[in-house]
Design a protein around this ligand. Structure first.
Ligand SMILES: [Fe+2]
Length: 230
């Protein structure tokens, strides 16, 4: 199996390219608008054919690169069922999977940051989107955010064993990967934090509105088609 982690410096977003080593069928998770050539080059370098474009959620901080990639490759688009997206090819519910070659990507609904947030598991690797970040978690103050749901979703991810690797949707501190064990030990939103304390903390973050939310959310609700007026 092959895995490439790509990073968009403008939005600190991770994109993941997963390739079945035998068939060279590939899945991309959370591509970023404007990075298509980078992604196509990575596919070429790995001699891979893109079969699926998968989103962890409807992003507020950047437009997905899904639309352009789909036009360029004819790959299918999938997201979590909770997104309610009508522009894609598949909406994945709990336990549903995507096959690429001999490999399987499992959908794990993890609402809280948004209603439609879905994490994905590939072997012992978890792609956690904005549900579980390294020493952090996604915010819950817009897009149907719910601290209580996010708490439950993080607890759900923590049921995986300590050696599962965590690949987050973003990192703003130069970190790349983590593990369930490391997050249990170090994440200030997890360590010694009751559900009540978590909710209190999330409700008092007082973060500024994401710069690109007004353009990103409408375009992402169209699966990344940024060319139609909202
Ligand atoms: Fe997000």
């Amino acid at each position: 199996m092959l895995l490439k982690q790509l990073f968009d410096t403008e939005t600190s977003t991770f994109t993941y390219l997963l390739v079945d080593a035998a068939s060279r069928d590939a899945v991309i998770i959370d591509p970023v608008y404007g990075q298509m050539q980078r992604d196509l080059d990575a596919l070429k370098e790995l001699n891979a054919e893109l079969k699926y474009i998968v989103e962890t959620h409807v992003h507020a901080d950047h437009i997905t690169g899904a639309y352009d990639l789909k036009q360029a490759t004819n790959a299918k688009f999938a997201a979590g069922v909770g997104t309610g997206l009508t522009c894609g090819d598949a909406l994945l519910a709990e336990g549903e999977v995507i096959h690429f070659g001999h490999e399987v990507l499992h959908a794990i609904p993890t609402p809280g940051h948004t209603d439609g947030c879905t994490s994905y598991r590939w072997r012992d690797r978890l792609f956690t989107g904005d549900t579980l970040l390294i020493n952090a978690c996604g915010r819950t103050d817009f897009q149907q955010g719910s601290p209580e749901n996010l708490y439950n979703s993080i607890q759900k991810l923590l049921t995986f064993s300590d050696d599962y690797i965590v690949y987050p949707g973003h990192d703003y501190n130069g970190l790349r990967i983590s593990s369930i064990g490391q997050e249990k030990q170090n994440n200030p939103y997890i360590v010694n934090t009751s559900k009540e304390e978590f909710i209190e903390k999330m409700n008092n973050l007082n973060l500024p509105k994401p710069k690109k939310i007004d353009e990103s959310v409408p375009a992402n609700l169209r699966c990344g088609n940024a060319r139609i007026a909202a």
